[in-house]
Design a protein around this ligand. Structure first.
Ligand SMILES: NC(=O)c1ccc[n+]([C@@H]2O[C@H](COP(=O)([O-])OP(=O)(O)OC[C@H]3O[C@@H](n4cnc5c(N)ncnc54)[C@H](OP(=O)(O)O)[C@@H]3O)[C@@H](O)[C@H]2O)c1
Length: 278
């Protein structure tokens, strides 16, 4: 880490537990690359303590913070202002402290779409099928709809998908047990569930009848290559892992706090991936 001056700008990630977070490594890489007088640190904040902690960080002169589990909903409530990305996602993952006020946004949807584009996949080239209806599905669905895509959602608990469709007009819902057949009508399928993540069951998705042009995206990034991505590769389909989304979602926050728009490139990807493989 570089030596800080009294002018250093400081941000961090609020979570509990926060020890697993790769964000300090990711932002630390960019700080070093750009020679910025600043720091990005883990902020272990217990459930329920975010309101008092965030006001404390604001009073202590922090530039802002990322917010992760379990604080993303609480973060929404403590903001003085929230933008459309946060409102549509129903949660906040990025706080910017300015002029004594807390502004909240949600960059997960931006990160997802930017990662598709980095892989030369046009998010509106054809209909997208999202599997899952949790927090990340909401952010991804909102970003795809805002980009002009046709979006379908399939979730184990149908009522939850319908709630999402009520909040995000235009979203279509199909039954969880018809997801294999639904692949035929879609250009992109996205796993937004934790299925396939270390410690979870694999996602059951039969790609055998999928169109050869289907793009398969998995938001899970531990492991880097999930069984879904391996199945897509084996079937000759294009596959996109979740690490790129994680890297891209960090760009707007870094730019707000440290004044430089950082680039997601192969060197960064390898640096963060090395920690996931360790
Ligand atoms: N790459 C990135 O930058 C990024 C960003 C955010 C999240 N993620 C990853 O995305 C995943 C989901 O995160 P989240 O915050 O959206 O989670 P969440 O809010 O807890 O939502 C989980 C969703 O998965 C479904 N689900 C869980 N277990 C299931 C099972 N056994 N069978 C079928 N469906 C199941 C749930 O369905 P029910 O409604 O039926 O319970 C729900 O729709 C995590 O692995 C997270 O690490 C990655």
């Amino acid at each position: 880490m570089s030596i800080l001056s009294g002018h250093a700008r400081v941000a961090g990630i609020a979570g509990w537990p926060v020890t697993y977070s790769r964000s300090p490594r990711l932002h630390g890489f960019w700080l070093q690359r750009h020679g910025i007088d600043g720091a990005y640190i883990p902020l272990p904040i217990r459930p329920g303590d975010l309101p008092i902690a965030a006001r404390g960080l604001l009073a202590a002169g922090f530039a802002g913070a990322n917010v992760t589990i379990p604080h993303k909903l609480a973060a929404f409530e403590i903001c003085d202002t929230v933008d459309d990305t946060a409102r549509r996602a129903g949660a906040v993952n990025t706080l910017v402290f300015r002029d004594g006020k807390i502004a909240g946004s949600n960059t997960d949807g931006y990160g997802f779409v930017a990662n598709l584009q980095a892989h030369d996949v046009d998010p509106v080239a054809g209909p997208a099928l999202l599997l899952g209806a949790g927090g990340s599905a909401r952010a991804v669905a909102a970003a795809l709809l805002d980009a002009g895509a046709v979006v379908t959602i399939s979730n184990r608990t149908r009522a939850r998908a319908e709630n999402l469709a009520r909040d995000l007009p235009g979203l279509r819902v199909v039954e969880w047990n018809t997801r294999n057949a639904a692949l035929r009508d879609h250009a992109l399928v996205v796993n937004t569930t934790p299925l396939g993540m270390v410690g979870h069951e694999p996602l059951e998705l039969d790609l055998s009848a999928a169109p050869a042009s289907l793009v398969v995206a998995d938001n899970v990034y531990v492991p880097l290559e999930t069984s879904l991505l391996a199945a897509a590769d084996a079937r000759g389909l294009r596959s996109i892992g979740g690490l790129g989304m994680l890297l891209h979602q960090a760009v707007p926050g870094f730019q707000s706090w440290f004044g430089v728009k950082p680039v997601v490139d192969e060197e960064l990807r390898r640096f963060v991936a090395a920690d996931l493989l360790a």
